[in-house]
Design a protein around this ligand. Structure first.
Ligand code: ATP
Ligand code: MG
Length: 571
């Protein structure tokens, strides 16, 4: 904790302007050359099999942002082709999160499952052109036939079925005649193709599973590579932006669109996924954390999900600011959590009121202040911005200050309260320490005895004398007890996903709740999600677990960057 409140300790952190963005450069160029008639149409295509995380935020800001900047459109499309893992709970939460981030699909909400009839027709078209066939090989056999990066694959013995036979079998697949896994529809491309994705990829498989939207209408489901490009084409997408792992799939994207009567041919561009250190950004791992109870749910403030960050006190603006800062590149990299925290500090600094809370209190008794007297101090809610107004803060004979703001035997550089020393209580008075009371059994300080100077009301001495420290405080009899949830990183290592079991690196101290924390009465019943700066302690927000008169606060972020210390301690 700083002795003097630093105005904005984060301001010296990374500040090199917005990152470069090659996708936006491509779009600009296409508009200049009138490539799609000057039109920009993008989409954000989540699979509804989990909650959105910061990686998705990057994709959302890019797809919606780039469209918005050019009067274009961005569709929200659920890529719901795998009924086994998908649910309407996820569909709901994804819509909430996109809206909360500040983006609007303006009624263009689509589902890949809406296209199932059209996709089926496109598959039939491929069969009729001799470009797709029904294969009876098992999944394992198909894998064995695929070949390797260095060696060609082998043709399936079913590859040369006639168009009629393929059509007949495909219809019967659709009609539910065959069990799961017994047959698939494959594109007929080239089993020796240097790009493994192009070695007769599977287009449809049998899955006798109820779909959360289409119910039991279908028992065959199209695969991603077939669905995605055609969904893009059906929606008139111009720039299909996805992450780098789909680079090899671009050839198949183009092949499908070149070989069916698609209404248009969007172009696919791949950018680097967001990786953040000290956390995981993979829905599979995040689901594990929730299901195994390592966190308290998808919206646990330690989770890198949009819901988690929101509950932690992040604003949409801070997340958009972060996405702008990291840029959009073609090379994978890992971004420091420190940058995310820098962005939220920057945003909250201008946005939230300042108040007093004491996390680890010790009592101060002001011996020369009348017993039973209370005075009300009017304290500004933002020292640099009068538009925030002020709030009443009660002052009385017994107060709480932060235990670490006092030292009985201070070292040279400790300027806060100590025996015989005078400090300022912010907005109140100068006080001087006259002694301490200790618990005879433990030796712990239970009370700090002080005297105040009534002439310093408001926090300044008329004789111009200075003090070296200003402390925050809360009147003891007016203090509101709170649960203050302080968060550390969810993992103890920067790359918890790297080899081995990521759960082995969970941080046992990722949530700490100091006993006895209190806040000033102004904070007793503030609305959930409202954000505050507890002076000298950090940014906090009211949690939805709050009860009347018994608030729960999440610390969004400390005032100062703690990552240097964390990295040193962790490894
Ligand atoms: P996960 O690996 O977490 O399961 P996913 O890619 O399977 O993610 P989707 O729901 O398919 O999740 O993603 C929707 C969109 O968000 C896709 O365009 C995907 O490329 C993008 N996306 C997902 N994760 C990231 C990330 N870490 N960085 C940037 N974009 C991402
Ligand atoms: Mg995916």
């Amino acid at each position: 904790m700083a002795d003097k409140p630093a105005p904005n300790p984060a301001a010296a952190k990374p500040n090199d302007g917005p990152g470069p963005d090659f996708v936006r450069a491509v779009i600009k160029e296409d508009i200049a050359t009138n490539k799609h008639g000057g039109r920009v149409a993008t989409r954000f295509p989540p699979e509804p099999n989990g909650y959105l995380h910061m990686g998705h935020a990057k994709s959302i800001c890019l797809n919606f942002g780039a469209a918005l900047e050019h009067n274009g459109t961005c569709n929200l499309r659920f890529d719901d082709t795998n009924p086994v893992k998908e649910s309407t709970e996820y569909v709901q939460s994804i819509q909430e999160d996109v809206r909360w981030l500040g983006f609007d699909w303006q009624g263009r909400l689509y589902y890949a499952s809406d296209y199932f009839p059209k996709l089926f027709d496109f598959a039939v078209e491929l069969i009729q052109k001799g470009l797709a066939y029904v294969d009876d090989l098992s999944a394992d056999e198909i894998r064995e036939h695929r070949g390797t990066l260095t060696g060609p694959g082998k043709n399936s013995p079913y590859r040369d079925r006639s168009v009629e036979e393929n059509l007949n079998l495909f219809m019967r697949m659709r009609d539910g005649e065959f069990p799961d896994g017994s047959r698939v529809l494959r594109a007929k491309i080239d089993m020796a193709h240097p790009n493994l994705v192009m070695r007769d990829p599977t287009l449809y498989r049998i899955r006798k599973v109820r779909h959360h939207r289409t119910g039991d209408t279908w028992c065959i489901y199209p695969l991603y590579d077939f669905t995605h490009c055609l969904s893009d084409a059906l929606e008139g997408i111009t720039h299909s932006i996805c992450t780098l792992e789909f680079e090899n799939n671009r050839a198949l994207y183009d092949w499908v669109l070149d070989n069916v009567s698609a209404p248009c041919h969007p172009r696919q561009y791949e950018f680097a996924r967001l990786n953040l250190n000290y956390t995981v950004l993979s829905k599979r791992k995040l689901i594990t954390l929730v299901q195994e109870g390592h966190v308290r749910g998808w919206d646990d403030p330690r989770m890198p999900t949009i819901k988690g960050l929101r509950r932690r006190g992040y604003t949409p603006e801070s997340i958009r600011f972060f996405c702008e800062r990291i840029g959009v590149a073609r090379r994978d990299s890992t971004v420091d959590m420190a940058l995310l925290e820098f962005c939220v500090r920057e945003d909250l600094n201008a946005r939230v009121p300042r108040v007093f809370g004491v996390l680890n209190p010790v009592k101060v008794v002001i011996e020369n202040y009348p017993e039973g007297q209370t005075e009300t101090i009017t304290a500004p809610l933002h020292p640099e911005d009068a538009s925030f107004g002020a709030r009443p803060v009660p002052f009385s004979r017994e107060l709480y200050i932060e235990r670490e703001d006092f030292m009985e035997d201070p070292p040279k550089k400790f300027y806060r309260l100590a025996p015989g020393r005078e400090v300022r209580l912010r907005y109140a008075y100068f006080i001087t320490c006259a002694g301490v009371v200790k618990d005879p059994a433990t030796g712990e300080i239970t009370e700090i005895r002080c005297v105040y100077d009534p002439a310093t009301k408001g926090g300044d001495a008329p004789d111009g004398r200075k003090v070296k420290a200003t402390l925050h405080w809360v009147s003891a009899s007016h203090a509101v007890p709170v649960e203050a949830r302080l968060y550390g990183p969810l993992f103890t290592v920067p790359d918890p996903g790297e080899g081995g079991d990521f759960r082995a690196h969970l941080n046992p101290k990722s949530l700490e709740i100091p006993p006895g924390a209190v806040v000033e009465p102004w904070l007793a019943d503030q609305p959930a999600e409202s954000g505050w700066q507890f002076e000298r302690l950090g940014y906090f927000c009211v949690d939805k677990d709050s009860a009347p008169g018994r608030p729960v606060f999440n610390r969004t972020v400390a005032l100062k960057d703690e990552w240097a210390r964390i990295q040193k301690a962790g490894g």
